[in-house]
Design a protein around this ligand. Structure first.
Ligand SMILES: [Zn+2]
Length: 430
């Protein structure tokens, strides 16, 4: 696959994945096309060496793997499916000054200002009763722009450019339409109409939902010299896509190659589906057994946790340590933090750099300014659950947690080639 083809496929993946549910569904479709077999957590598993499998939990986290020889351990890549966004509240209907709006909850660390004046849509999962009174669930995506959060005119807030705070309760409920006099709207009825319109005519009553707003603008290659990819949810669907392509393209290896993409990273990872929950450990126990067997397997294994890094921004360069200031299109970034906000250690960092030397890939380092707090990711949490050696790695981006983030067009393709080699790595130091 050429780099251009890879990036075009990435753009389709980003557009098709407005929520973790859609991201997992998109990944499942690619895995099934490549012959991966579904596993059901509620059934007994009979796994065979050399075969390809995947399993999902709650439809929002996924683990896919090619089973290798148990004595070689696993080469694992981790990422997360969720992104900061605005979620629809359970009783969201608001009718104010003739406008119908939806009350929203802020999910994760949303950069709020970029959400104003965007053409928004809604996607997620709906629980409904069908005509047999059975509870069913269905992914839903309105696709078309159906809502907007208009800015306040500068004439009504002269201080806006020098200091604007956004109140999350009062300032961001999106407007969906204008109401007729005395019109009463039930959001669940609107959902039912949309489900029927999308072909689910068995829907009798919408019970509950997990719905998010998202920007309808397509991901795109941009810049005068096509240096950049702009999109929502690059954190961290970029890593999900790179990990998936690497798993699909690695062939002829005896080691177990595994990709885990967890939900709920942006809200701390403690959940049934999150990296600090039991999902990955339970799958590894089914592969290797429990107790000592698992400990021995993990001591022969390695995890690369992939989550984006902060590239140095030319307008805000002082926010970086000048010696640890990654640039877009200059390679994946090894993320280091002495206080273990990142799980990278000297050994995993050195092993990754050897992989880069072998494949001719570029590599950079990131350490937060010593006088600033450091973010974290699934790496330390997964390492803490499994006791597996871990590298925290990420592609350099701008605008993390904005509704439109920016990555380089060179980096993702190059990282996927390095991760293919990682999946094939036979021996690790003991
Ligand atoms: Zn992230």
């Amino acid at each position: 696959m050429s780099k251009e083809h890879f990036n075009q496929d990435l753009i389709q993946f980003l557009n098709a994945s407005p929520t973790p549910y859609h991201a997992v569904a998109t990944m499942v479709a690619k895995l099934e096309k490549a012959g991966f077999q579904p596993l059901d957590e509620s059934e007994a598993w009979t796994l065979k060496e050399g075969e390809n499998y995947y399993v999902t939990r709650n439809g929002s986290s996924i683990i896919a793997f090619t089973l290798g020889k148990p004595e070689l351990g696993a080469r694992m890549v981790g990422a997360h499916t969720d992104a900061p966004c605005l979620k629809v509240k359970p009783h969201p209907e608001m009718s104010r000054h003739s406008y119908f709006q939806l009350g929203v909850e802020v999910y994760g660390g949303v950069l709020l200002n970029p959400w104003f004046d965007r053409d928004l849509s809604i996607a997620g999962r709906v629980q409904y009763l069908n005509d047999q009174q059975q509870l069913c669930h269905q992914l839903i995506n309105f696709e078309r722009p159906i809502a907007i959060v208009p800015s306040l005119a500068i004439h009504l807030d002269r201080e806006v450019n020098s200091g604007r705070a956004v109140n999350t309760q009062t300032d961001i409920p999106p407007i969906l339409f204008q109401l007729a006099d005395d019109e009463n709207v039930d959001f669940r009825e609107l959902l039912k109409e949309e489900l029927v319109r999308q072909g689910h005519s068995d829907c009798q009553e919408v019970m509950e939902y997990d719905l998010s707003f998202y920007d309808t603008q397509s991901a795109a290659v941009i810049g005068l010299k096509n240096n950049f990819i702009a999109s929502a949810r690059l954190d961290n669907l970029l890593s999900c896509y790179v990990g998936l392509e690497s798993l699909l393209n690695h062939k002829g290896s005896d080691t177990t190659a595994l990709l885990v993409c967890n939900d709920h990273e942006e809200v701390g990872s403690v959940s049934t589906t999150g990296a600090q929950g039991p999902f990955l450990k339970s799958v590894l126990e089914r592969i290797y057994g429990t107790g000592e067997s698992l400990t021995r397997a993990m001591s022969r294994s390695m995890l690369i946790s992939t989550d984006n890094a902060h590239g140095i921004h030319p307008n805000y360069a002082s926010k970086h340590d000048e010696h640890h200031a990654p640039k877009l299109n200059q390679g994946a970034v090894i993320k280091v933090n002495a206080n273990q906000r990142y799980a990278t250690n000297d050994e995993t960092s050195a092993l990754y750099r050897i992989l880069c030397q072998a494949s001719g890939s570029k590599v950079q380092h990131f350490v937060t300014r010593t006088d600033m707090a450091c973010g974290s990711t699934i790496g330390p949490l997964t390492a803490g659950v499994l006791g597996v050696r871990t590298l925290d790695l990420g592609l350099p981006t701008f605008g993390m947690h904005s509704i439109r983030e920016l990555a380089g067009t060179e980096d993702a393709f190059e990282l996927s080639q390095t991760l293919v080699n990682f999946f094939k790595t036979k021996s690790l130091p003991s």
